[in-house]
Design a protein around this ligand. Structure first.
Ligand code: DCP
Ligand code: MG
Length: 370
């Protein structure tokens, strides 16, 4: 696998945990209302209207119900299911609690959604001895503090850790060690590969690609011809290679401010004056958080509530209000502001470069105890 030269050790492998809460919204509903425990519970929009299923309890999944299905169809599949409207604020609060717990286990966490995150645990900050033990302790702690179960996958790259977390759901832990990866990947259906959705799966099947083994056998060149840049990635994944770092700053996608005006305004000079105060606020926030970003975005909302955003990217990251304001007239001119009145103005900086944390992910030898 590696070019071995007598004096050269193979590169050390990372240790990554992917953690994902089980039936997240539905599990919270069951926790908060014990009558629902053990019963099919569906959280989603109005089944009498065009509502869709956000998620459902594992009891409901036995009836073939799943996320994104129409709520009406879900009720037909399981008429005795309990239907609940989402309580988004409650789920967000639990999510914050879970991420706070994750912070205790790793200095490098990449949230993927409310209920899912990657943790780089190459550095054993709690001295638990192994990534497996760390994952076990993480699941225990989440359960103890929230009353909810999560599942986790542990491996030496993001792709494998994520696939692993799904294997023993709910409340399961799966470890894919480097020596087990080749056999695991060979049997893995192509649909499980990162970046393969329904359409790509179909295309793969039409070329007789069904498993990782088939991907590997086809070779990089041919995959590249068929799938472009993605083909190269599919090949790397099938070979157990995925160098994507855990991006600790992903949670913070942008820093911005917006204000709804007391009265609609049409004078662009007045708009710029307001934007300047917003830019100064954003600068203060960026300085406080030691951030600077490559993209500046302006947002306007017109009296009819339609809104427009216009962005500009820069080779050097921005953080100073002055620099933001230098480009603001140009961004504003690309909207209808002025011809039309506006009722809201906002600006944001995004595209933060990788942090030191991300760059400096520890590379320690890969040892799983147990
Ligand atoms: N969600 C949603 N709409 C979707 C998918 C998900 O609103 N189409 C919400 C509800 C889920 C939460 O996001 O509870 C987390 O999504 P997951 O895909 O992780 O699904 P669950 O946590 O519900 O179940 P699982 O045990 O399969 O992870
Ligand atoms: Mg989940």
């Amino acid at each position: 696998m590696y070019h071995k030269n007598k004096n050269e050790n193979p590169p050390a492998l990372r240790k990554i945990i992917h953690v994902d809460m089980d039936a997240f919204y539905a599990a919270i509903e069951q926790r908060d209302n014990p009558v629902l425990k053990g019963r099919p519970v569906i959280v989603g929009g109005n089944p009498k209207g065009r509502g869709v299923v956000a998620t459902c309890s594992y009891e409901a999944r036995k009836f073939g119900i799943h996320s994104a299905m129409s709520a009406a169809q879900a009720i037909r599949k399981c008429p005795h299911a309990v239907f609940i409207r989402p309580r988004k604020e409650v789920y967000a609060a639990v999510s914050r609690q879970i991420f706070a717990i994750c912070q205790k286990f790793s200095n490098c966490i990449e949230p993927l959604s409310l209920d899912e995150a990657f943790l780089d645990v190459s550095e054993d900050i709690l001295n638990l001895g192994s990534a497996t033990r760390t994952a076990e302790k993480l699941l225990e702690t989440i359960h103890k503090h929230t009353g909810l179960t999560a599942s986790a996958g542990v491996s030496f790259n993001k792709f494998l850790a994520k696939v692993a977390s799904d294997i023993r759901k709910p409340a399961g832990l799966t470890v894919i060690r480097p020596e087990d990866a080749p056999a695991f990947l060979e049997k893995l259906p192509v649909r499980k590969f990162f970046g393969v959705g329904k359409t790509t799966e179909k295309k793969m099947h039409s070329h007789n690609l069904f498993t990782g083994e088939d991907i590997k056998a086809m070779g990089e060149e041919k995959l590249k011809n068929l799938f472009g840049k993605a083909g190269k990635e599919f090949y790397a994944f099938a070979m157990g290679r995925d160098d994507r770092p855990v991006m600790a700053q992903r949670s913070r996608k942008s820093i911005g401010r917006e204000v709804t005006l007391e009265r609609d305004i049409r004078d662009t000079g007045a708009m710029l004056a307001i934007l300047k105060t917003l830019a100064e606020d954003v600068e203060a926030s960026l300085v406080r958080k030691k951030h600077a970003g490559h993209t500046l975005t302006l947002k306007v909302k017109y009296p009819d509530f339609r809104s427009a955003t216009r962005s500009m990217s820069f080779p050097c990251p921005l953080w100073r209000a002055e620099d933001m304001m230098e480009k603001m007239p140009e961004l504003l001119a690309r909207t209808e502001a002025g011809e039309k009145a506006v009722r809201l103005l906002g600006l944001a900086i995004s595209q933060f470069p990788d942090t030191e944390q991300t760059k400096g992910q520890m590379l320690l030898p890969f040892v799983f105890h147990k």
